[in-house]
Structure formats: C-alpha cells, structure tokens
Write a protein of this length. Sequence first.
Length: 269
Amino acid sequence: MSKASIWIIIAVGLAGCCIGFKEFVWFMAVGYGLAISAIAVTLCIMGIVTGAAGIPFLLMCAVLFIYGLRLGLFLLIREKKSDSYRKTLASTGSVTKMSLPISISMWIMCSVLYMMMTSPLYFRIENLSGGLAGSGNVCMWIGAVISALGVITEAVSDAQKSAQKKENPQMVATKGLFSLCRCPNYFGEITVWTGVLISGLPILRGFWQWFLAIIGYICIVAIMFSGAKRLELRQTKRCWKMKEYVDYANHTPLIIPFLPIYHMIDWRQ
C-alpha cells in the first residue's frame, strides 16, 4: 500500500468531523465519534483489500466502529435532551461561535489527531500488506480485548451517571464504577486507545511511525486528564460545601482506579 494513502485516513476524518461547522464543540464531540467510526470502516476495507486484515484486526475495527458510533450518538442525544448539559456547555464557553479560520484550523487539527490515534492500525496495513495478516496477532488480540473493555466501561459509566443524576441532580455520581474512580468514562476512553496502541507495538517501523502512534496516544490521554480537571473544577464549585462530596472526592481516585491521584485542583481555594 502506498504511504500516500494515509491521506485517505485524514480525509475520512475531515468528512467525519465536519459536523463541527454546525456547532464548534462537535469537532471534539459528536464529530469525534463519527470520525472514528468512519476511519474504522475505512481501515477495515483497506485491510481486507491488502490482505493485512486477520480476525483480530477486524475485531479491533469493529470495536472502534461501535465505540465511535455509540459515543457520537450519546453526546448528540445528551446535548439535545439535557437542559443541564446545555447550561454546562454555555457556562464553559463551548457553544461560542468561532470565526471561520478558527473553525477550519480546529477541523484540520482534529482530523490529524484522529489519524494519529488510529495510526497503529493503519501502519499494520502498510507494513503487513501482502498476506502477512497473522504477524503480531498476540498483541492484536490483547489490544482488541482491552479496547473492548474500554468501550464497555465507558458505556456503563455513562448509563450509571445518567441514572444517578436522575435520582439526585444536586450530587455527583458516586456508585457503581464511580466508586472506583470519579471519571470512569474518561478511564474507559484511555483504555480504548491503550488497546489500539498495544495492538500496533510489534509492527511499528521507523521513527515516524512510532512518533505518530505515541504522540496520538499521549494527546488523547492528556485530553482526558484535562477534561477530568475541568470536571473536578465544575463539581467542586457546585458541591464543595457538601460533606458527602468532599469525603467522596478525597478518597476516590480522579481518573485511574487505585492510583492515588485524588485532585488536580486545590478545592480549598
């Protein structure tokens, strides 16, 4: 496969997240999910055509397709139906109209990021095309299972949060997966992309392949930690006088279960 075909992945990402021109935040939300699903389908087709698509590769593509589609639809439905979520977006400035140059810049940057995040799968096709689909299958299987667990974690945590917010709108979710960490949906997201990276470890070749794969992974992890920090700030502003919240926040890891990182802000200020 020609190395120039990586531009196909970027183009698919551009098509998937162009919905962000309707709502700027959708470049990184609804459009993100749609772009990942579209890239997963494209990678699946590329893998089949080149002979690099074994069963675990196809499974990984299916996991990413389901992941992106579920996330995109969930975010779209939440924004359309949840008044509290729309108020949160408004309070953070996420619904502010941006100029066309800024929107185009964000559109391109997001598409390049989504290419880098999925690059371990693309480079598998590039490096193993021509009937070598079985190479590196152990890591491919492990990665697919890890990513699938991440998708399940994210879906379950979103459902649990919605249910608990209906019971007590004034309090943050604390039960189920939220008893293990305060942002299990972000942890699920990190888990998905950890699986993708692991799946490509045996077949990455050369500086640029490793660079793109590692930078893509670092970026999504950094985005998740940044999101957790912003969420903690919003929750603390709303709940810092509630003893139940303070006890929960002081004894429950923020984003990684069992990792004793409890705060990214000084809630006492």
